[in-house]
Write a protein that binds this ligand. Sequence first.
Ligand code: SF4
Length: 453
Amino acid sequence: MPTVFLKTYGCQMNERDSEQVAQMFVERGFTIAAQPDDADVVLMNTCSVRDQAEQKAIGSMGHMAKYRRNKPNLVYGFLGCMAQSRGAELVEKMPHVDLVAGTQKYHKVVDHVVDLMAQKEEARMDSLVNPIVDIDLEEDSQNTIRDHIDKDYPVSEFVSIMQGCNMKCSFCIVPYTRGPERGRPISEIVDECKRLADKGVREVTLLGQIVNLYGRHEFPKVDGKSPFVQLLEAVHEIEDIKRIRFTSPHPIGYKEDVIEAFTYLPKLVDHVHFPMQSGSDRILKKMRRPYKAERFIEICDKMKEARPGIAISTDVIVGFPGETEEDYLETKKAVEHVQFDQAFVFRYSPRKDTPAAEMEEQLPERVKEERNQDLLKLVNSIVIRKNEAMVGTTQEVLCEGPSRYNEERLSGRTRTNRIVIFDGDAQRMAGELFDVKINETTGHTLYGDAVLS
Ligand code: SF4
């Protein structure tokens, strides 16, 4: 039985896609290898948001080229954001790489690998095999994977404000791969935002693993305000920046000053992505997430008070080691209370070198999948009901340019981070803020008519 080693860089979404790919391999008769040196296939799911993440992935793939000496038919491949953005350049740069599959090709990865293995078997001379570079866009792939696309209209951009994470969530690999928290000086971040604004960017997303704890070790509080709130206020001063988003905050960083910022910084959008992970205090403790479910819910309630109509999205892990049915129902209860506008639900999957992977009471895949489907059903029912309630309303939208799924139409997002599709001229409207009258929804996407003066 062939073995596959799958290493993931980057955010929760990457984790999710990796889990899917791993499962697809298992369903095709592969086993997941714990070590790259005894695998038949070595894959990396990469992150392109920060160059450092890319350099880490490229450096590591270079290091592993030596394994082919013992396994001439070994297949190497890049998946995810960097594969999508660099494409064929990666195989030119690294001739031992056989596969570059973009963010819309997760569901094609196994096919490509099987194809390459057959080619190698037939060829018996590994150098003759043609590498596969599959980064084309594919209709409907959005239902199985999550993608990142380079934009012709750089209206909204990520700005990395910190690296690393000092938290020690028992399931997470980030602290080990990205090291301790290190914040960039506020002035550098503001300069970067100004440069982006000069290039036509109207929205920035401040990016960090635990973004609202930014600078807690490096920069002093000023007038009782944390470095993160000082940064929000400084970016807010940039005239051409119209919207500010941030991701991902941590509950212990949600102090009063951050909540209050939503009462006097109008450019802060009406949306936060706020990972809960579990609604059970017993499981939060096992996850080493130092807060109680009650406190998480209290913060959500306070955010709704500070900014009425705010949308809250989250991440939830189901099937964590030792999770009982009662624990799972606590999570479900929390989802019902907060009524998340979106939730990314993950089946727990052991990450090598994380404490949770060594824990007893690992749950069977069947139980994880049952809870995953059950919670997704609840989440989707809330999402669809809230989007249907948007029909007939008028929403302020930032136009991001042609819609990814229909170049004839334009797309943008509401302040609550909902995607809206409408007609218009991309050259004239990209980067502009205007109202859209919502007249339809598919349950996950809104459709409407731009109200132009
Ligand atoms: S807060 Fe926890 S889950 Fe998030 S990056 Fe840090 S260790 Fe990982």
